[in-house]
Design a binder for this molecule. Structure first.
Ligand SMILES: O=C(O)/C=C\C(=O)CC(=O)CC(=O)O
Length: 220
């Protein structure tokens, strides 16, 4: 086995990137030790655009995970890799219908909400319109998530076991608060977010507990 295959995984991460945060939660839940390599999405126009990092992730985004001698990108693909190679503390239910529900909620958030309100899109939309834009897409998506949860949720998004859906939901709720979305119409989302707040794996993955979190939290 090569040295890189047994090295401690390295996660290229940004403290308040919701996609990095999903993977941090999954790594923590599965108790996989890893080192963080911070990539600032804002310093000098964004370190994700430098030549060196483009070699790691040609999408010029975080996260990227170096693990088992491979470099993986895209948070959902990474979570599935972790699930398939580290089945301890499963993040997908056994039941096929419940699995479909987990994937549905993951997809709503990771395709239907977050990409529309991420940094590159908001820069394009412009400072003046960005808050209204982000609120629009998060509200639209949360309506669908809340509806899905009305039949799937137990203690967590799907039943009583934490799944990939929860790894995606909590960071998206943080983004919703950041853009001052009125969350009162989504009581199930709020209840699950509150439930997971004190979970150690979620707490350790929180932006405020990251090595690159600035001492003064900007809230723009
Ligand atoms: O500090 C910043 O303002 C820069 C970037 C982010 O927040 C990350 C995002 O683009 C949002 C997200 O991950 O959903």
């Amino acid at each position: 086995m090569s040295l890189s295959a047994i090295a401690k995984p390295i996660l290229y991460s940004y403290w308040r990137s919701s996609c990095s945060w999903r993977v941090r939660i999954a790594m923590n839940l599965k108790e996989i030790p890893y080192d963080i390599k911070p990539i600032s999405l804002i310093k000098s126009g964004g370190e994700q655009h430098c030549n060196e990092y483009r070699e790691v992730n040609p999408m010029e985004q975080v996260p990227a995970l170096q693990i088992d001698g491979h470099t993986l990108i895209e948070s959902v693909a990474i979570m599935h890799y972790l699930e398939e190679t580290r089945p301890q503390r499963p993040l997908l239910p056994q039941d096929v219908h419940k699995r479909a529900k987990v994937r549905e909620i993951v997809e709503i958030i990771c395709s239907g909400i977050q990409p529309l309100q991420n940094l590159i899109v908001l820069i394009h939309v412009g400072e003046e319109k960005k808050k209204e834009w982000a609120q629009h897409w998060i509200t639209r998506g949360f309506r669908a998530v809340e509806k899905a949860l009305s039949t799937s949720a137990g203690k967590y998004c799907v039943g009583d076991e934490i799944s990939m859906a929860d790894c995606c939901l909590v960071p998206q709720v943080f983004n919703a608060r950041r853009f001052h979305v009125d969350l009162r119409p989504y009581p199930i989302i709020l209840r699950i977010d509150r439930e997971l707040e004190s979970n150690p794996a979620f707490r350790a993955a929180h932006p405020s507990n990251q090595p690159d979190c600035p001492p003064e939290l900007p809230n723009k």
